[in-house]
Design a protein around this ligand. Structure first.
Ligand code: SAH
Ligand code: SF4
Length: 404
């Protein structure tokens, strides 16, 4: 059984004042300068705001009692602590949650974009899959996101705020109560959101500056305090940005490999024509901090009759020789109109055995949240369905103002 809740009526409308939530320390400093906070106070005030926003999850400047009343008043006059609207929540039978987030318009022409964010609870961790772009400019043939027309980079704030929204929704800030419908990991020192994967919509390394700024917000030890090792950036292979990502963030890396020959990878992941497998693997070998304790994850989507033969499993093992690696086999998640099918279970097992016998852990990623189309690569169709639904509801609302 799955549940879908339309949350539009229960959430406040987007505030007109710019929100401080999601900002880096540097941006917060600029925001304070803009309301004439003296330079000598900036560092301290940023530290105070930081704790309130990211550690406590504050929604109101009035709560910030260590900030004097006059400054609180100025903050209230010029800024807000609003989050983008969560327009729908879906809870899967396996506890996976998907939130549809409507971003505030970035300029007068922007009609408001939406991104999806997926939460996957397990007994010892909670993983949040975040988006880095609306849609994606790359056109991997098996990925639904790649077929979406509307594309733009998310700002650093829009990326970081997804984690704040998740913590709001999961009651994962001090003083909030976790929801009771579904599995949320808890216990001594266990946070509902403990891991982040950049595996939602978009190619994170095509939005490098905003992604690295957002990661600096997520991993700052005085706020959201996520461990760098528990943040994973997944890329389809933007070779020149792989080294710089490691330098700038120290996060874990995942590579969407999906094929062992350039001719096939050129079709599945067209970016391969620009950065072929050899260059990609060289960049991986040089990833800063790489060791057996900090391996690169290679993702491999299992496509029936396309990339799933025994010979390809053996070639995969050969290619990755010498790179500290984990191999993650992902059953293909079909979407309406796709020409691909997921490999048979026996074939996946056979492939996995070859990889395992070569000494790699080869977990097959259990599809999570399939019933709510929250699995990898599916983050498009449902958005569009929900859009249509939302439009219907809006026209209903307009004709029935009392129903708001
Ligand atoms: N753009 C980045 C991150 C987002 S995609 C990247 O490509 O790595 C996250 C993962 O989901 C990638 O490994 C991607 O190849 C995989 N994926 C995309 N569509 C899929 C589908 N329909 N079924 C299974 N995995 C898919
Ligand atoms: Fe973009 Fe990743 Fe999908 Fe390829 S797999 S189209 S890079 S989101």
């Amino acid at each position: 059984m799955t549940a879908q809740t339309d949350l539009r009526s229960t959430m406040a409308p987007a505030a007109a004042l710019p929100s401080l939530v999601g900002m880096t320390r540097a941006r917060l400093g600029d925001a304070l300068r803009a309301i004439d906070v003296p330079e000598r106070e900036i560092r301290m005030r940023v530290g105070q705001l930081w704790q309130w926003i990211y550690f406590h999850g504050a929604r109101d400047f009035a709560a910030m009692l260590n900030i004097g009343k006059p400054l609180r008043a100025r903050l209230t006059e010029h800024y807000s602590l609003s989050r983008p609207q969560v327009v729908a929540e879906q809870v899967s039978s396996d506890g996976t949650r998907k939130w549809l987030i409507r971003l505030d318009p970035v300029d007068a022409k922007d009609r408001g974009a939406e991104v999806e964010c997926v939460y996957i609870p397990e007994s010892d961790r909670g993983t949040l899959c975040v988006s880095s772009q609306v849609g994606c400019t790359l056109t991997c043939t098996f990925c639904h996101t790649g077929t979406q027309k509307l594309v733009r980079n998310l700002t650093a704030e829009e990326i970081a705020v997804q984690v704040v929204v998740a913590r709001d929704m999961l009651g994962d800030f001090p003083g909030l109560t976790p929801p009771t419908n579904g599995l949320i990991p808890s216990g001594e020192g266990v946070r509902a959101v403990s891991n982040i994967v950049f595996m939602g919509m978009g190619e994170p390394l095509y939005n490098f500056d905003n992604v690295t700024d957002a990661i600096s917000v997520l991993t700052d030890g005085e706020g959201l305090s996520l461990s760098k090792r528990r943040v994973t950036v997944s890329t389809s292979g933007v070779v020149p940005q792989i080294g710089p990502l490691g330098e700038a963030t120290g996060t874990a890396l995942a590579i969407s490999l999906h094929a062992v020959r350039d001719d096939l990878r050129n079709t599945l992941v067209p970016l391969n024509k620009k950065y072929p497998i050899k260059d990609l693997l060289d960049a991986c070998r040089n990833y800063p901090g790489l060791s057996n304790a900090r391996r690169i994850t290679f993702e491999y989507v299992m496509l029936k009759g396309v990339n799933d033969s025994r010979a390809e499993a053996k070639e995969l093992v050969r290619l990755l020789k010498g790179i500290p690696a984990k191999i993650n086999l992902i059953p293909f998640n079909p979407w309406p109109g796709t020409k691909y099918e997921c490999s048979d279970w026996d074939t996946i097992e056979q492939f996995s055995d070859i990889v395992f016998n070569a000494g790699y852990a080869s977990p097959v990623r259990t599809p999570r949240g399939r019933d709510i189309l929250a699995a990898c690569g599916q983050l498009k169709s449902e958005t569009e369905k929900l859009r249509a639904r939302a439009r219907m509801m809006e026209s209903h609302d307009e004709s029935h103002p009392e129903s708001k």
